[in-house]
Design a protein around this ligand. Structure first.
Ligand code: XMP
Length: 557
């Protein structure tokens, strides 16, 4: 199963090989006989990798995604990464991303000599193309007018492999201020646009430059260009799949762990569940999972985690009841950040104590994923800006005596889900909506008590139940209830009541950095509201949150 199912790239690569096309055969031959030589030492068991060097474009990560969608493994690395850092990979080609600089800026990020010296194919995109031209002896100058947005690319008869199956005029998306005014020796211009006489260029040694962005949806045939580069130029096999990932990871985990002991904290979320299942596949009973019940989970959640992992997956699981301890730490705390801090610290303390009871433990497995890593450190390049610190990466105490195993560190969320499926985890767990580490504590506004949590849990369960009944659970990013802390006057039966007000929060999002409130059908909202006021007697009012992010956040605290 490919990591992304819609493209059967492996078959595409085979078709290309079998086509007997002489030009392609030459490229494949070049690709197969390249000698990265002394510069890179490919790891024997690593998957074929295309390295995207990051020059600061907002689309850099998207290039990596597109390559992976074609079943070729890809990593986004800073443009100034040391070549030794690539020795765990089996690099087949480089892509140079776009970026905000101009090649003539004093501090402009450069194309390192060693990248060219590997002899591997290089695809420069936008700034990456200008960099390639600049490096290999061409000239780049400011264009008289900036080309930004939709443009038409003329590829003529398109005899070049990078434009295989593409001819004539193609809609593309451009964003550049500089243009190439002189081709480097050995290159020819292979496409033009209105403002860029050299909108694409190529030589005979596997160097390609394209001024447009193939990675964005506004370039409808962008995937074809990327696949042409991967399969027709770089000779990739397109065999990176969820099952190949599991196979490689299992081997790597076994080798790293030996007969050591591993622990893993389970939160009930997708990432830690998949990490645990993967480590379990590799080393079986050498893994012990620790599940801390912090009193802040949704209705029935602790039971579900225990039954899935202990029952369904037969994983050693320690179920720690820390309800009283967390409630003690949260008593009378109203400030959201203090809540988060207390919950985080208490979790670490409980976890350490439990780990100590297990005797010597050598490793701790965590479900850190690629966006966590990128968000925490950016790619380490000075061409992009750090976005935010992430609890998963920085949250462990410095004196913990474990070695960290992060088997999902290089995967995007959808890839983690596919690996989860491959490992046999139930859909209910693999496709669940995100749930915050501090749990219901940041959905009870004000101080957290057992009674408030109980009210929220019952209301929240109804929201979830109706969202699932209406078949929109997988269409929305998150859907939940918030206990607002406001008391309002109502009339229930013949009585005046003074009860709790529940807010329903339901958002659509791509990545939680921005979000929009979901336009749920009125009938569905009416049903949720009616059930909550009828089934949760403490509540007499239900409101729907219609704030986008920004300016709101998804959680209320
Ligand atoms: P906000 O509220 O910042 O949330 O728009 C964005 C996403 O992050 C989740 N979230 C958290 N997750 N620890 C977590 O593990 C936290 O402290 C935390 N705060 C918010 C939130 O549920 C949403 O998916």
């Amino acid at each position: 199963m490919p990591m992304v199912e819609q493209i059967d790239s492996s078959a595409a690569a085979d078709r290309i090989r079998a086509s007997g096309d002489a030009e392609v055969a030459t490229y494949l031959e070049i690709a197969e006989h390249r000698e990265p030589g002394q510069i890179l030492t490919p790891a024997p068991n690593a998957p074929e990798t295309v390295v995207v060097l990051d020059y600061g474009s907002q689309f850099s990560m998207l290039i990596t995604r597109r390559i992976r969608e074609a079943s070729v493994y890809s990593e986004l690395l800073p443009w100034n990464v040391a070549p030794e850092k690539l020795n765990h990979l089996n690099v087949k080609a480089f892509v140079l991303s776009g970026g905000p600089a101009s090649v003539y800026d004093e501090a402009a990020p450069q194309l390192p000599d060693w990248v060219v010296a590997t002899g591997l194919p290089i695809l420069g995109i936008c700034y990456g193309m200008q960099l390639l031209a600049h490096k290999l002896g061409g000239a780049v100058e400011p264009a008289s007018s900036r080309e930004y947005g939709h443009a038409i690319l003329d590829v003529g008869e398109a005899s070049n492999p990078i434009f295989h199956e593409l001819t004539g005029s193609l809609p593309v998306w451009m964003s550049h201020g500089d243009k190439i005014t002189k081709l480097p020796p050995g290159f020819e211009s292979i496409a033009q646009s209105q403002n860029a006489p050299v909108a694409a260029m190529a030589d005979n040694a596997g160097h390609y430059g394209i001024q447009f962005h193939p990675e964005v949806a506004h370039t409808p045939q962008g995937d074809q260009v990327i696949q042409n580069f991967l399969f027709r130029v770089a000779g990739c096999a397109g065999d990176w799949t969820a099952s190949s990932f599991v196979e490689e990871s299992v081997e790597a985990i076994r080798e790293a762990v030996g007969d050591g002991k591993v622990i893993c904290a389970l939160s009930g979320g997708v990432d830690s569940a998949v990490a645990a299942a993967l480590v379990h596949r590799a080393i079986g009973d050498q893994l012990t999972c620790i599940f801390v019940d912090n009193a802040l989970l949704r209705l029935g959640e602790p039971e579900r985690v225990v039954s899935t992992f202990r029952g369904h997956m037969s994983i050693n699981l320690l179920h720690v009841d820390a309800v009283d301890r967390f409630m003690g730490e949260l008593a009378e705390v109203t400030d959201p950040e203090t809540k988060r801090m207390r919950i985080g610290e208490t979790f670490i303390r409980v976890f350490e104590e439990e780990a100590q009871k297990l005797g010597t433990v050598d490793f701790i497995a965590q479900g850190t994923t690629y966006p966590d890593v990128i968000e925490s450190a950016s790619t380490g390049s000075d061409a992009t800006v750090k976005i935010k610190s992430h609890h998963n990466v920085g949250g462990l105490p410095k004196d913990m005596q474990f070695t960290l195993i992060e088997p999902l560190r290089n995967l995007f969320k959808d890839e983690v889900r596919r690996v989860g499926k491959e490992l046999g985890l139930p859909d209910e767990m693999v496709y669940r909506q995100p749930f915050p580490g501090p749990g219901l504590a940041i959905r009870v506004i004000g101080d957290v008590t057992a009674q408030k949590l109980d009210i929220l849990r019952r209301a929240d369960w109804i929201v979830m139940d109706e969202i699932k009944n209406a078949d929109v659970y997988y269409d929305v990013w998150q859907s939940f209830a918030v206990l607002t802390g406001i008391k309002t006057v109502g009339v229930q039966g013949d009585f005046r009541t003074y009860g709790e007000c529940i807010a329903i929060r339901c958002v659509n999002a791509e990545d939680a950095m921005t979000a929009d409130w979901s336009k749920l059908p009125y009938d569905l909202l009416a049903k949720i509201s009616s059930r909550i006021v009828n089934e949760v007697p403490e509540v007499n009012r239900v409101v729907y949150d219609i704030t986008s992010k920004p300016p709101g956040t998804i959680e209320w605290e």
